[in-house]
Design a protein around this ligand. Structure first.
Ligand code: FAD
Length: 597
């Protein structure tokens, strides 16, 4: 019999980033007994790293802005594959959520007349990102955390969930371990909200930190939920490329939003050569007009430096491949020659310090070297737009782990407003669901024993595989074969290599005991990492077209028929099942917004 502690709640929220905190606040406000569980320390979630800002059509800088333009920009940025109802809800509700944050104590940068200032970002027609310098995530987490702690929500930090528990078809709770002691914990709860963030650690070059191992994606899949859009992994165009130890660390799009430009080794502003058909009419084709756009949105067309991320990342990739890259394999991002040193230090303090301390580069005097880095996961748990309910009763998902809002490519700033809008909705509907039950699901102690045995297996096995070596091989495989540009042959090879890695995971052995044992923690993370990697490779293989973040060299064009479907991944009888299913069509009134705004 496994030894474990047990806690009873109505709603358990897994993940304490923006989505998890907002969900927990709402569930608790509805009167649900609520727990917040997180793998790292409270306050250390990815959201704290967010830099540029929160996209919301407040209309403070450009009164012409409204939810309809935000809707249109997001759908076009997502290459029309978004769940239109989620986009509509996000565009409509984001301004209220930002004002609510302000009421709870967030201090945003201000306009001259004292309203919330907004900055330019890629793909947004108007300056729309509420921000605090380039440290917006820190302010967001500080505010939400303060609010959550004062509500008296129970927090379990440094506690990793490794499985969801079920009673028949319904969720019954979650199974976890304390990272410090290695002891097991059972959360007995009829409603679980997944808010575990992304999958970046499946790739070698990433802006994401150690805890982004796709746990929520895997937990949902293993519990029987549908995942959609797993082929769409966002490579942010600008990560640091030098020195090697910091490769992949993000350089915020705010640098380009505040006037920075991309150049190749020849000094050429190459983005003018990469304007796609979808954005041609609204993108400037001369440097003069591009520069005018920063101050004259009505009469000048957008600068191509701020095209959506998928387009800029592909362009940079091509420049490097064709031999016009910077000395360390990137391109140049220059703000020094375009803005004063004072302006740069005030608007981009973190970028200034990041380059100064990590690369010995003064960005007020020299250009930065940048290149694409794995940044964000558009794919994830298939949810109902209104309630964030997954296809498993009692399981909800919000934030980066949920899919739909961003389609084939997310616009910058749209993640933070997604967390607030859909975090609130997930908490609300999870609490309502728990309250509506006439019989509470029951945790099966036999299943808990089984799961404890599975988690401890790396200590007992006769195998000799090292978890660090497997993680490295997995990251190399995904980076080389399932990266920015994909082909059928490479994807097939990746699927084969992942199968071999799966066998090796079965032979992982760790030394020592359960108390704070990072090798064991990583051994347990390998399950989710391998699962999400397989889902990405299989979904990418299935979608035979190029759209948004999925670029297939062997299918270089966008296929209108494939714009009508999602690739859905499920697990049935232990096997992955990949299907193509129709998406609900866009209603006429919203279709008109795409054409008329
Ligand atoms: P997170 O904030 O990552 O939180 C995930 C939580 O889940 C953590 O608490 C983690 O410990 C927990 N967790 C994970 N697995 C488990 C498990 N098994 N058991 C228990 N707990 C678990 N977006 C914008 O909109 N604007 C920006 O300016 C912006 N800048 C960014 C800058 C950087 C450097 C990065 C990396 C991202 C940026 N993004 C930005 C994206 C955005 O920050 C993320 O998409 C967003 O914060 C994700 O929030 P989340 O609540 O879904 O997850």
């Amino acid at each position: 019999m496994a030894d474990y502690e047990s806690h009873t709640f109505d709603v358990v929220v897994i993940g304490a980033g923006g989505a998890g905190l907002r969900a927990a606040i709402e569930a608790s406000a509805q009167g649900a007994r609520t727990a917040l569980v997180c793998k790292s320390l409270l306050g250390k979630a990815h959201t704290v790293m967010a830099e540029g800002g929160i996209a919301a059509a407040l209309g403070n800088v450009y009164p012409e802005d409204n939810w309809r333009v935000h809707f249109r920009d997001t759908m076009r940025g997502g290459k029309l594959l978004n769940n239109w109802r989620m986009v509509q809800l996000q565009a409509q509700e984001a301004p209220d959520r930002v004002h609510e944050l302000e009421e709870w104590g967030a201090l945003f940068d201000r306009t001259n007349d004292g309203r919330i200032l907004q900055r330019d970002f890629g793909g947004h027609r108007y300056a729309r990102l509420a921000h605090v310098g380039d440290r917006t995530g820190l302010e967001m987490i500080r505010t939400l955390q303060h609010h959550a702690v004062h509500r008296g929500i129970d927090v379990f930090m440094e506690c990793t969930v490794t499985r969801l528990l079920k009673d028949g078809e319904r969720i019954a709770g979650a199974f976890a371990y304390w990272r410090e002691s290695g002891r097991f914990v059972v959360f007995d709860a009829p409603a679980v909200v997944l808010a575990t963030g992304g999958i970046g650690k499946a790739y070698k070059i990433t802006s994401n930190s150690w805890e982004y191992t796709g746990d929520g994606h895997a937990l949902a899949l293993w519990a029987g939920a549908d995942l959609i859009d797993m082929e769409f992994v966002q490579f942010h165009p600008t990560g640091m490329v030098w020195p090697p130890s910091v490769r992949g660390i993000l350089v915020t799009e705010g640098v380009r939003g505040d006037g920075g430009i991309l150049q190749n080794a020849l000094g050429d502003r190459f983005m003018f050569r990469y304007i796609s058909e979808m954005f041609r009419a609204e993108t400037a084709d001369t440097e003069e007009e591009a520069d005018r756009w920063y101050t004259d949105k009505q009469n000048a067309r957008r600068t191509p430096d701020l095209l959506p991320r998928d387009e800029v990342a592909r362009a940079i990739n091509s420049e490097i491949k064709e031999g016009r890259g910077s000395p360390h394999g990137g391109v140049f991002l220059d703000i020094a020659s375009r803005r004063s040193a004072d302006y740069i230090r005030r608007r981009l303090p973190s970028m200034y310090h990041q380059f100064r301390q990590l690369a010995d580069v003064d960005i007020t005097k020299e250009p930065m070297e940048v290149g694409p880095t794995c940044h964000y996961m558009m794919g994830g748990v298939r949810v109902d737009a209104v309630s964030q309910a997954s296809t498993v009763p009692g399981l909800f998902a919000a934030g980066e782990v949920a899919a739909g809002a961003h389609g084939a490519n997310r616009l910058g700033g749209n993640s933070l407003s997604d967390l607030l809008v859909f975090g609130r909705r997930a908490g609300l509907y999870a609490a309502e669901y728990a309250d509506s039950l006439t019989s509470r699901p029951v945790v099966d102690p036999g299943r808990v024993d089984e799961l404890a045995g599975e988690d401890l297996r790396p200590f007992d096995t006769a195998g000799s595989e090292n978890p660090y070596a497997i993680q490295q091989d997995l990251q190399e495989c995904m980076q080389a074969l399932v990266g920015i540009i994909r082909t059928e042959d490479e994807l097939a090879k990746a699927i084969e290599e992942l199968a071999v890695l799966g066998d090796r995971v079965g032979r992982v052995r760790v030394e020592g005991h359960r108390q704070y044992n990072p090798g064991w923690h990583l051994a347990l993370d390998l399950g989710p990492l391998l699962t999400v990697s397989e889902c990405i490779a299989r979904a990418a293989w299935q979608r035979r077209e190029s759209r948004g973040a999925q670029t297939r060299d062997d299918y270089p064009t966008t296929d209108p028929e494939l714009g009508k479907v999602n690739v859905v991944v499920r697990q049935r009888a232990g096997e992955l099942d990949v299907a193509v299913e129709p998406r609900p069509p866009l209603p006429d009134d919203l279709q008109a917004l795409l054409e008329n705004q």
